[in-house]
Design a binder for this molecule. Structure first.
Ligand code: ZN
Length: 403
């Protein structure tokens, strides 16, 4: 058999695909990451390599020093899949000095088709699978909040019979795909009729869940912006139909329901652990409202080693909160306990998992812990089962009957 010398082929014209091919030579390629449309942001990549079965691929992504978060590249391994179900890691090395900052990915696929991405993609097709499955679950109501600039629906799922208005929303930043994996995990819990955490939460809360706030950016393969290059998480003070109809739709719906508890789900490029950011610095800050956030943070910290409080964002000084960001706006506007959840693109050094790093699976597990923490946060009495309550009520009736 003669040695194969044909060039590999690289494609990215598909849902959330994003790469520019500068050069291909045999099983090596020099690549760059295109900017989000009408924006300077760039960091998300997702592409397919064909024709490399059994060959050592060397893929070099160049020009990374002026990406949105250059701190995302050191210590980062690219995500790879041959079946688009299991996403592992391909050993990658970052050289700040080479080609304006170059990430070199090395991988020897067993198949002629292999996909690489910044994080395990969550496609719009999978989004529709998620919405359809949840909408078909007992007790779930579907609501379309509005339409994006590309004409996609802004999907919202509602469930629960309680009075606590809980808003969970994700993927304002479309390249942070772990946020929608988190949503898949959360919806699996909440729509499971036999899940005791879900039973308690459905009894106490009315959930409003927007698994993807930025479908256009998601389909276009953007890191951070919508169809017209707007960062949605800087639009919450004054959203407009022209620039940020997604935020306007979600915020209008929140105005209708009010908000008691809100979680905005994201990923952070540089910090390799999961953490929460609160709403310090809002004009109407009350210690009691703030303590509601800190108490939730403590509960989650106790529940899972995949969450921590040592690393995170700096808190805003009194009065200095940026009200264009959703967590600050929602805390200020509704007096809600609002928070931003950040998950890593890298791996948790305290509990490393070299084969996958931070993964869809861990994002989904963290969602379970976040919901269990919410139930605990809402109060210990609420964890008692409906059966136990029924028994207690029966006893009460008996007492009354005897008197
Ligand atoms: Zn984000």
């Amino acid at each position: 058999m003669s040695e194969r010398v044909s060039d590999i082929r690289i494609d990215a014209q598909f849902d959330s695909g994003n790469i520019e091919v500068l050069e291909v030579k045999g099983a090596s390629a020099t690549l760059a990451i295109p900017r989000d449309h009408m924006s300077e942001f760039r960091q998300w990549f997702h592409f397919r390599v064909a024709g490399a079965r059994g060959r050592e691929l060397t893929l070099t992504i160049t020009g990374l020093n002026d990406t949105a978060y250059p701190g995302g590249w050191p210590g980062y391994d690219a995500v790879v899949s041959e079946d688009r179900e299991y996403w592992g890691r391909a050993p990658s090395s970052f050289d700040k000095e080479a080609d304006g900052g170059a990430l070199t990915i090395r991988y020897r696929p067993d198949s002629d088709i292999v996909f690489f991405a910044y994080f395990a993609p969550f496609s719009m097709e999978r989004h529709h699978d998620l919405i359809a499955a949840a909408a078909a679950s007992p007790g779930v109501e579907y609501r379309c909040l509005g339409t994006t600039l590309d004409g996609q629906p802004i999907d919202c799922l509602e469930l629960g019979e309680g009075g606590q208005q809980v808003w969970l929303y994700a993927r304002q930043h479309p390249g942070e795909s772990m946020a929608e994996w988190w949503m898949e995990g959360a919806l699996e819990v909440l729509t499971d009729p036999a899940d005791p955490v879900a039973m308690g939460l459905r009894r106490l809360c009315r959930f409003h869940i927007v698994p993807n706030c930025n479908p256009d950016g998601s389909r276009r393969g953007h890191l951070r912006t919508n169809a017209v290059g707007v960062n949605l998480n800087r639009e919450w003070h004054e959203p407009t139909p022209e620039k940020s109809p997604e935020v306007l739709a979600v915020r209008d719906a929140m105005d209708e329901t009010g908000v008691d508890f809100a979680m905005d789900v994201h990923g952070d490029e540089a910090i390799p652990v999961a953490f929460l950011a609160g709403f310090e610095g809002i004009p109407s800050w009350q210690d009691e409202q703030g303590e509601g956030f800190y108490r939730y943070q403590r509960i989650l910290d106790r529940r899972t080693p995949d969450f921590q409080t040592e690393q995170g964002y700096a808190k805003s000084k009194p009065g200095a909160a940026n009200l264009t960001m959703s967590t600050n706006q929602v805390a200020e506007r509704f007096g809600a306990v609002a928070m931003t959840l950040e998950m890593p693109f890298k791996d948790n050094p305290a509990a490393p998992e070299p084969a996958q790093g931070w993964s869809p699976e861990r994002s989904k597990l963290l969602a379970r812990d976040c919901l269990a923490a919410l139930l605990e946060w809402l109060g210990d009495t609420t964890t008692e089962s409906p059966a136990a309550r029924a028994t207690a009520e029966t006893w009460q009736d008996d007492e009354r009957g005897r008197s």
